[in-house]
Each structure stands twice: as C-alpha cells, then as structure tokens.
Ligand binder design. Sequence first.
Ligand SMILES: *[C@@H]1O[C@H](CO)[C@@H](O)[C@H](O)[C@H]1NC(C)=O
Ligand SMILES: *[C@@H]1O[C@H](CO)[C@@H](O)[C@H](O)[C@H]1NC(C)=O
Ligand SMILES: *[C@@H]1O[C@H](CO)[C@@H](O)[C@H](O)[C@H]1NC(C)=O
Ligand SMILES: *[C@@H]1O[C@H](CO)[C@@H](O)[C@H](O)[C@H]1NC(C)=O
Length: 393
Amino acid sequence: MALEEGNDSALTLRINPARVLPLRLLQFFLVFLALGLGVSVFSMYTTKYYKVESMVPITQSVMSESITTPCFEEPRSLEDWIRPPSKLLHTMNDSELLWRASFVPRIKRYPFRRIPKIAFMFLTKGLLPMAPLWERFYKGHEGLYSIYIHSMPSYEADFPPSSVFYRRQIPSQLEPSEYLEIAEWGRMSMCDAERRLVANALLDISNEWFILLSESCIPLSNFSIVYRYLLRSRYSFMGSFDEPGPYGRGRYNGNMAPEVNLTDWRKGSQWFEINRVLAVKIIEDTTYYPKFKEFCRPSCYVDEHYFQTMFSIETPHLLANRSLTYVDWSRGGAHPATFGKADIIKDFFNKIAESKTCLYNNQPTKLCFLFARKFAPGALEPLLELASEVLGF
Ligand SMILES: *[C@@H]1O[C@H](CO)[C@@H](O)[C@H](O)[C@H]1NC(C)=O
Ligand SMILES: *[C@@H]1O[C@H](CO)[C@@H](O)[C@H](O)[C@H]1NC(C)=O
Ligand SMILES: *[C@@H]1O[C@H](CO)[C@@H](O)[C@H](O)[C@H]1NC(C)=O
Ligand SMILES: *[C@@H]1O[C@H](CO)[C@@H](O)[C@H](O)[C@H]1NC(C)=O
C-alpha cells in the first residue's frame, strides 16, 4: 500500500500526516524513556558515589581527584594513614576529636620504620615568652618532636614561618570566660584543655611521648638527653601520692564512690610526661570524668587529682609516681615560686641538680628533672646567656 501511495505524491502528502502522527508520538515517547532512564541511572550512580565519599574520611587531594574520576578511586597507600596531618586546624568538636584520637593499632609491630617523636604540648593563655630558648633547644632535632599550643581563642599567634611554633596552634574551643576560670585553676575546663591537647597530638601516629608544659616552663637539659631519657623509660612520669590532711584526702568527696574510694585518692602535679598508652587512657576515659567533673570542685583542684587518681587505680604499674618538671614550693603559699632575672645564676641550676635522688627504671639517679617552672619573662635573657654552659644547648 505504501508503494502504491509512493507513486502518487499528492496522495502521499494527503495520507502522511495521519500515519506519521502515532510514529512521532512513539519516537517522542522513546526519547523520553531513554532520557528518564539516563537521569535515574545517573542519579543512582551519583548518590552511591557521594555516599561512599561521605562515609570515608578522605584527604583533600584524594577527594579532588575522585571528583574528576569518580569510577576509579586512587589506590590508598599506607603513607596516607601514617603521615601527620599537614594542618593542625580542623573542624572537629571535642566529642568528634576524642573519638577520632582513640583509634589504636591492634598489631603492635609497625610495618614501616617508625621514628618515635616527643609531643610538646603548651597550655598557655597567650604569649610564649620563653620561645627563643625553646627554639634553641629544638634546633637540629627536626623529625624527633612535634609542638602543640593551646591558647585562648582570642589570642592571635604571630610566629614567623621560620619558627618551630609557626601554625602549631590547635583549635581551642574555649570561651574567654572559661579562661578566667583557668586563671583560678582547678576547674574541669583545664582538664578539658589538656585532653584536647593530648587528642590532637595523638592524631600523629609517630608521637610516643606527651609532655604538658606551660608558658613559664623551660628545658633543663639538651634535646638529646631529654629524648633518650624518655624513650628509654619504662614508666610514665606523673606525680601521684596519697596525702593525708586537708589538701590531700580532705578534698575527696564520698559521692565519687564506688568508682573512686578514699583509699584510691591521689594528688600530684598537673605537669606530666606520659607515653602513648596513658595518653589514650586520658582521652578515652568516660568512667572517672563525670565523677571528677561533678564532685571535684574548688577547693578540690581537679587538675591535681583526676589523672593522678585514675592512673593509680587503672595502671599503677606504669607510673613512676613523680613528674620530671621541677617546681619550688619551699616559699609556701598557694602558688610555687616564680623565678626572675636575679635568680638565674649558675648556682641555681646546680641546686636543682643536687636537690634530689630518684629512681629511673628502678635504679637510683641524680637526673630527676628535665623541665622546670615557673620562669618570669625577665628570666629569658640570662637563661639564653647561660644555656650553653648550664643547660647543655
Ligand atoms: C559534636 O557534634 C555532634 C554532631 O553535631 C554532636 O552530637 C555533639 O554533641 C557535639 N559535641 C560537643 C562536645 O559539642
Ligand atoms: C570501692 O569500694 C567498693 C566497696 O568496697 C568496691 O566494690 C569498689 O571496687 C572499690 N573501688 C575501687 C576503684 O577499688
Ligand atoms: C608507683 O606507685 C604505685 C602504687 O600507687 C606502684 O604500684 C608502682 O610500682 C609505683 N611505681 C614505681 C616505679 O615504683
Ligand atoms: C647534651 O648535654 C650533654 C651533657 O651536658 C653533653 O654531654 C652533650 O654533648 C650534649 N649534646 C649535644 C648534642 O649538644
């Protein structure tokens, strides 16, 4: 019939519109179907891809690569997991940070050459007046230490790019009002800040020792001695003793039982030097934290009791029961002595060195202190002058 009609062009013209219309409709329909299918396949694909992406924390570079080539994920190398974060700033809040920091390798043998580092964690209000002395201390030991600074959020650090302190500030998440409390010391926000420092330092898998310092602390030995002393120690350094009387057991609150009984109650200096095992214990604790937060309030100074008591209950065999940070309480009162310009003479350091005999890996030693506090900004100049002679750097 079509052939017949094809011979007559007039007829063809007349008949075609009626016959072509359903065909056009069919074509239209097919195109729509194909388009619809295409769109749904595409959207299924993209949601799958984005889901995968949001579930896996991917480093910036891998992420931008996978956006251009979504089908083939870049093979991840071990290096991606063990490299320290290039920037210390992150957007995790405290619960997210502590959770992330609690990741612990279960296989104890590292399948790569791990050079242990010391994390120096500075808990400060703002300025680091002793920075030039520390700069000299670190010089030549790159790769063996990392630095973390927790200061007041309003404080803008202005270390030059050449400084070891450049961009070593961690997100502090502290309100200025909380810092006023810290000035009074002994509130939980101080321990929160310490946990935040430890958690940030744990993100670098090479950090093996975690040293808590303040802006008024100085090193008493050169880096080589500090490094060897810590790396070879079987115990972590945290003061932890049972003190009868109002300033020790007197600060215990019966509501802390049964998690903490009076006989478990310990006291010690806030300034600690601990290894990775104990650092993880600090950030993963949910047993003692609420008890201390609620029941250790002034005049109970939580930073003198919380970690000290927790460790002596949980891991007493890992504690040296002393701190490596020298402090002078001999002048009496609520605060230890602050040393100024006039105090910094050779004899001062001899006295510290002679002040005590202690145990190191169960052997008696005269080297009991690697750090000291508290030093006023005015002490910096004589310290720099004497450093090579009395501090060994
Ligand atoms: C952190 O963020 C998560 C998710 O928004 C929230 O559930 C959690 O309570 C936050 N934690 C803190 C300490 O703010
Ligand atoms: C505290 O004492 C109670 C009762 O004697 C006991 O069950 C509990 O285990 C003790 N707590 C610790 C940390 O030893
Ligand atoms: C520290 O004290 C605890 C008891 O609280 C003890 O078990 C531990 O052996 C002591 N550490 C050292 C190195 O003596
Ligand atoms: C570190 O100090 C010790 C003792 O003061 C000294 O023997 C050693 O040479 C010093 N090391 C460096 C690298 O300066």
